[in-house]
Design a protein around this ligand. Structure first.
Ligand SMILES: Cc1cc2nc3c(=O)[nH]c(=O)nc-3n(C[C@H](O)[C@H](O)[C@H](O)COP(=O)(O)O)c2cc1C
Length: 452
C-alpha cells in the first residue's frame, strides 16, 4: 500500500466515522437540543464536510454533474442555523417561529443526508466483489449452525447461536467445543465459511478503497485494462496487439484534442458508470448517456475521429448483407449551407434553415428498390451516433431529405455529390462538438412488455 492509498483509506474511514457521529448529534439536537461541547463538535464536523464538498467540487471533472449528483451533500452543509440566528435580531415573533421550524427541518434534512451518505458508502461496499452474498451466507450459516448445534449437542439455543458466531468469525471459544460428529462437521463448515469471510473482507476492503471504482471514467477503465494487458504481455495474441495499438492511438488523440480544446463548452458525459455488481458495462453506459445534440461549437471534428465514426457506420447490420448504402460526407460549410437552404426552401422552413450548423454532416442514402434500405441506414446511423458519443462528439439525426430527394431543387445537389439517382437519403447525421448539454429526454419504460 503506497502513501497515497493509505491517506485515501484513512480519509474515507474518517469521513464515515464523522457521518455516523453527525447523524447521532443531529438526532440528539432534534430530540433534546445540544450542549455547548456537542455544538462545537457539530460545527467542526460541518466545516469538515464543507471543505470536503468544496474540494471535491473543485477537483470534479464534470462540475455540473457533480452538483446534480451531490444535492444532498450540499443540503447537509447549508448553514441554516446561522442564517436564522441572524434573523433573530429582528425579534419578530413570527420570524422566530419560522426560524425554529426551518432550523429543525434543516436539521432533519441534515440527518437524512448524512445518513444517506453513510448508507450509500455501505451499500457500495456491500456490492464490491459480491461481498453481500458472502456476508449473507455467513449470517444464514451462523443461524442454521446455532440451531443445528442446539439439537446435536443439547446446548441452549442462545449458546448455540453464540457458539456459531464465534466459530464463523474464527474467534472460537475453547470452552464450548462440540463432541458429536454432527457438531464437529458443523464446526468445520462454519470455520471454513469464516476463513472465506475474513478473506473476502480483506479483498473487498482492497477493491473498495483502491480500485477507485466509483470515480473511474470510461477512459480510465480503458487505461487500466491496457496496463493489465502490458503486465501480461506474454498472453497477448497478434490481434490483441493490433487492437491495443489502435486503442492507444485513439486515447492519445483524445488527450491531445482535450488539451487543446478551449472552445468546448460542454464535456460529454462518457463516464456515467453503470453498475451491475462490480461490472461496468461501457457499451450500455454509452447508449444510455447519448442524446441528440442541437447546438454545436465551431471546433472541428478530427479526421481520424470522423473515420472511426464512418467505420462504425459501415459495420452496422444490413438486410441480406446488401450494404447498398452510401455515406456522403460534407465538411465544407458553404456546401452544407447550400443544401440546408435548399431544404429550407423546399419545406417552407425559410432560407435560414441550417441543420443546427454542425461541423460535419453525413448523408446516409440507400437504393430505393431495397426494401430494407431505411432500416439499414437507421442501423448505420445509430452506430455512428454511438461511436461519436464515445469520442465526446455530439450528433443528431436530421430527417428532412427523405421525402424531397427527387425535388428539382434538391436532386441536382445530390447529383453533384455523386449520390446515385436511385438513392434516397434516409437520414443525415449531424456531427460536432456540443455547445451545451443536450436535453436528457426521459425514456418510457412502460413500453416494455413481457408476455411469457
Ligand atoms: C427517424 C428519426 C428522425 C429524426 N429526425 C430529427 C430531425 O429531423 N431533427 C431533429 O432535431 N431531431 C431528429 N431526430 C432526433 C429525435 O428527435 C430524438 O432522437 C428524440 O427526441 C429523442 O431524443 P434523444 O435522441 O436525445 O434520446 C430524429 C430521430 C429519429 C430516430
Amino acid at each position: 500500500m503506497n502513501r497515497k492509498q493509505r491517506v485515501n483509506v484513512a480519509y474515507q474511514v474518517l469521513m464515515g466515522i464523522l457521518a455516523v457521529l453527525a447523524v447521532g448529534i443531529a438526532i440528539e439536537d432534534v430530540v433534546k437540543g445540544l450542549s455547548k461541547t456537542w455544538n462545537v463538535v457539530d460545527t467542526v464536523i460541518l466545516w469538515v464536510f464543507v471543505v470536503d464538498y468544496v474540494v471535491r467540487l473543485v477537483l470534479a471533472r464534470d462540475r455540473k454533474r457533480f452538483l446534480k449528483e451531490n444535492v444532498l451533500d450540499l443540503l447537509a452543509i447549508l448553514p441554516f442555523n446561522s442564517m436564522f440566528r441572524g434573523l433573530r435580531i429582528f425579534k419578530v415573533r413570527k420570524v422566530l417561529r419560522i426560524s425554529k421550524v426551518t432550523t429543525t427541518t434543516a436539521r432533519i434534512a441534515r440527518v437524512c443526508s448524512y445518513g444517506l451518505r453513510w448508507t450509500r458508502n455501505v451499500r457500495a461496499f456491500l456490492n464490491t466483489n459480491g461481498f453481500k452474498y458472502m456476508l449473507l451466507t455467513a449470517v444464514v450459516l451462523t443461524l442454521f449452525g446455532g440451531i443445528g448445534i442446539h439439537f446435536a449437542e443439547g446446548m441452549s439455543l442462545e449458546d448455540g447461536v453464540w457458539w456459531a458466531f464465534v466459530t464463523v468469525t474464527t474467534v472460537g471459544y475453547g470452552d464450548i467445543s462440540p463432541h458429536t460428529l454432527a457438531g464437529r462437521v458443523m464446526a468445520g463448515i462454519l470455520m471454513l465459511t469464516g476463513i472465506g469471510l475474513i478473506g473476502s473482507i480483506t479483498s473487498t476492503l482492497t477493491s473498495y478503497f483502491f480500485s477507485g471504482r466509483k470515480e473511474r471514467t470510461y477512459r480510465e477503465e480503458l487505461v487500466e485494462g491496457m496496463k493489465n494487458q502490458l503486465d501480461h504481455m506474454e498472453d497477448m495474441k497478434e490481434e490483441d496487439v493490433r487492437e491495443f495499438i489502435e486503442l492507444f492511438s485513439m486515447l492519445f488523440k483524445q488527450s491531445q484534442s482535450l488539451a487543446k480544446d478551449e472552445e468546448r463548452a460542454y464535456n460529454y458525459p462518457t463516464s456515467l458508470h453503470m453498475e451491475r455488481g462490480t461490472i461496468m458495462n461501457q457499451v450500455y453506459e454509452n447508449m444510455i448517456s447519448r442524446r441528440s445534440c442541437r447546438a454545436y461549437t465551431t471546433q472541428a471534428v478530427k479526421q481520424e475521429d470522423l473515420e472511426l465514426i464512418l467505420k462504425a457506420g459501415i459495420n452496422a447490420p444490413s438486410g441480406m448483407n446488401r450494404q447498398s448504402w452510401r455515406f456522403t460526407v460534407i465538411r465544407d460549410k458553404d456546401k452544407m449551407m447550400e443544401l440546408a437552404k435548399a431544404v429550407g426552401t423546399v419545406l417552407d422552413r425559410g432560407e435560414n434553415y441550417d441543420f443546427y450548423r454542425p461541423d460535419v454532416i453525413v448523408l446516409v442514402s440507400n437504393d430505393r428498390e431495397n426494401t430494407n434500405g431505411l432500416a439499414d441506414c437507421a442501423c448505420a446511423l445509430q452506430n455512428m451516433f454511438l461511436m461519436a458519443h464515445s469520442l465526446g462528439i455530439g450528433s443528431c439525426w436530421i430527417n428532412q431529405l427523405k421525402t424531397i430527394c427527387d425535388d428539382e431543387r434538391i436532386r441536382p445537389l445530390l447529383d453533384s455529390y455523386g449520390i446515385p439517382k436511385e438513392h434516397i437519403v434516409w437520414g443525415i447525421a449531424d456531427l460536432g462538438y456540443a455547445k451545451e448539454e443536450p436535453k436528457k429526454k426521459e425514456k418510457d419504460e412502460a413500453v416494455i412488455h413481457y408476455v411469457g
